[in-house]
Design a protein. Structure first.
Length: 237
């Protein structure tokens, strides 16, 4: 099984997956297609949150229905987190096919600089993303205060917020909100949507680290390999 990030394969695969999604939905107007793609990270984030609540015994009413799909488990949380990471990148590709990769790298570099990591100075290319996630995850875990399960809760909360804000920004662009002055011009813009989608990608992987600091890399590779199958087929062709 290939390591999609350190071998430099994930970004090209996302390009391929975006093309597959576009072909499958070619009858939809572009604006509607964009809205659907931007909503997907939030859907995946919501499912990850649902799975975590099930693990904590906060959603007993649906345990029987969800158990058959392995949703109330750490595997369910991890699967949805990886799904949110792919969905965030595909949505970014739809918005800016030429510049989305640079936006991801810049987003990591900015977050690394915020915690004073020396990795920020020479952070280039997707092959350093795993190292960046571990640095950000360790910093985040150290800052969290409370029992061990608090860190994943906070991490998934960050993901749902970032994904939700991407939809908020889109609604602002469409004129469906009245908070323009409060939010600022950048938030209600395509740049604002992109900022939040990058944040959703970063927080998806940091959340995965917080769930399993020792095994998150192998978990990501296993789930990403399955999630990226169609994209790998397109590249192989």
């Amino acid at each position: 099984m290939e390591d999609l990030l350190t071998t430099g394969r994930m970004f090209p695969i996302v390009d391929a997956l975006a093309g597959v999604c576009s072909s499958a939905n070619m009858k939809l107007p572009r604006e509607e297609l964009l809205a659907l793609q931007i909503a997907k990270p939030a859907e995946e984030a919501g499912e990850a949150w649902h799975a975590l609540q099930g693990l904590l015994g906060l959603m007993p009413s649906c345990a029987d229905d969800c158990a058959t799909r392995d949703e109330h488990s750490w595997n369910g949380v991890s699967n949805d987190l990886v799904g949110a990471s792919f969905a965030s990148l595909i949505a970014l590709n739809y918005i800016d096919a030429e510049g989305w990769q640079a936006a991801v790298i810049d987003g990591f570099r900015q977050r690394l600089a915020e915690i004073g990591s020396p990795l920020a100075e020479d952070f280039e290319g997707q092959n350093r993303i795993l190292d960046a996630v571990e640095e950000l995850g360790k910093h985040y875990a150290a800052a969290a205060d409370g029992p061990g399960y608090v860190t994943p809760i906070l991490a998934l909360g960050n993901l749902t917020r970032e994904a939700g804000e991407a939809i908020h920004s889109l609604h602002g662009i469409k004129g469906l909100l009245t908070c323009d002055e409060e939010c600022g011009q950048r938030i209600h813009s395509w740049e604002g949507v992109k900022d939040r989608l990058v944040g959703s990608f970063v927080t998806s992987l940091v959340g995965l680290y917080c769930v399993d600091p020792a095994g998150w890399r192998s978990t990501f590779e296993t789930i990403a390999f399955r999630r990226s199958r169609r994209g790998r087929e397109v590249l192989g062709a």
